[in-house]
Design a protein around this ligand. Structure first.
Ligand SMILES: *Cc1c(COP(=O)(O)O)cnc(C)c1O
Length: 372
């Protein structure tokens, strides 16, 4: 078969072991998953209500224009309905952008390390990838600008950045946007924006009028707690949305996702509560890191990258065998770290206890090695 040759260098996404598999393998009866930055509190009660009351019209295709959801999101963001595009997760918007703008002869710029789907999709499309190393967990915007040339089509900015949790202060983002050539699409992935509490985080929607080459990505998978329903969206000027629409599959967002997302976006107090509890959780982790002399980046998201200065896979495995699934930093480009999602109070205390046990175990290994 004549597969695109770039596909040969890709491996499919490796999902973590399922909760049931881990239970069986290690004889555990409770597993806490803190690996994919899902909301530990689930979704709003209003969502459950909306889904229970939704008519069961399984045989009919969903509304391909997501009309009601479109109205709800447009009102919430104070944008026009023509400024929105919905996807089967924001992952699908990343795919649509890549499909529309990337190919042989183009290049695309992103941080090294950031959300892996930008690179993955760019490879599928055969574009040249230019990765610009982070500095202390932060985007190196100057170097990203310097890496652009006349063949640059898309630049990806993840704000806050996954996996480091860093955010870009408003003045830096503005000065970057002013310098990006007008024919380069800037993708601002704000999957975690609802968690941010930095006062100089950019209110990006208002930038769309100033920078027509900007598209903002948001998702219902994180703070809204709807990861399994797969729904996210892009916000840009109508011209950009119109250009992307032809690559969108006609019925890409299912009916349940649309109904759930309307209820979710209208329950502001739920979002506020989750944000608050996330802050409290982050503080606990910072405290833990300080007490144990572990380094971590300050995070504006619902996750934390903690450097154990040892093999990240080993920390991952130790936690896994004791019922906590986190992400090893190995696959994320931080081989001595793990990324942990901030959970509920009880989950946070539980995982920190086991992390503490790991450190004690590690210290005793070193002691006995010395003694020999
Ligand atoms: C989780 C995540 C997404 C993907 O969200 P979906 O809407 O579930 O596809 C996109 N970008 C970043 C940075 C993420 O962490």
């Amino acid at each position: 078969m004549k597969w695109k040759e770039q596909l040969l260098q890709l491996t499919p996404y490796q999902p973590g072991k399922s909760i049931d598999e881990v239970k069986k393998q290690y004889g555990l009866d409770k597993i806490i998953k803190l690996a994919s930055n899902e909301n530990p509190f689930g979704c709003s009660e209003k969502v459950v209500e909306a889904l229970n009351n939704a008519p069961l019209t399984f045989p009919l295709y969903p509304d391909g224009y997501a009309t009601e959801l479109r109205t709800a999101v447009a009102e919430h963001l104070k944008v026009n309905e023509e400024q929105l595009i919905f996807g089967n997760g924001s992952d699908e918007i990343i795919q649509m952008i890549s499909r529309s703008l990337l190919g042989k002869g183009t290049n695309t710029i992103m941080a090294e390390r950031t959300f892996p789907q930008y690179k993955h999709n760019a490879i599928v499309e055969g574009a040249e990838i230019r990765e610009v190393p982070l500095i202390n967990g932060e985007h190196d915007l100057d170097n990203m600008l310097a890496s652009m040339d006349e063949n640059t089509s898309v630049v990806w900015i993840c704000n806050p950045n996954n996996p480091t949790g860093h955010y870009i202060p408003e003045h830096q983002l503005l000065s970057f946007l002013e310098k990006v050539p007008k024919d380069v699409l800037v993708v601002l992935d704000e999957a975690y924006c609802e968690y941010v509490d930095a006062s100089d985080y950019c209110e990006s929607i208002s930038l769309l009028q100033l920078f027509p080459n900007l598209i903002i990505l948001r998702t219902f998978s994180k703070i809204y707690g709807l990861a399994s329903l797969r729904i996210g969206y892009g916000i840009s000027l109508p011209n950009t949305i119109r250009a992307l629409e032809p690559v969108r599959e006609p019925f890409n967002v299912n009916r349940a996702a649309q109904a759930a997302a309307i209820a979710a976006i209208n329950d502001r107090s739920y979002v506020e509560q989750c944000k608050q509890k996330n802050r409290e959780g982050l503080e606990l982790f910072y405290h833990f890191c300080m007490e144990n002399k572990l380094e971590c980046y300050p995070s504006q998201g619902n996750f934390l990258l903690i450097d154990f200065k040892t093999d990240g896979n080993e920390v991952f495995q130790y936690l896994l065998e004791r019922g906590y699934i986190v992400r090893s930093g190995k696959a994320l480009g931080f081989p001595t770290s793990v990324r942990v999602t901030v959970g509920s109070k009880e989950q946070n205390e539980g995982v920190m206890k086991v992390m503490g046990d790991y450190l004690t175990y590690k210290a005793s290994c070193l002691e006995s090695a010395k003694a020999q």
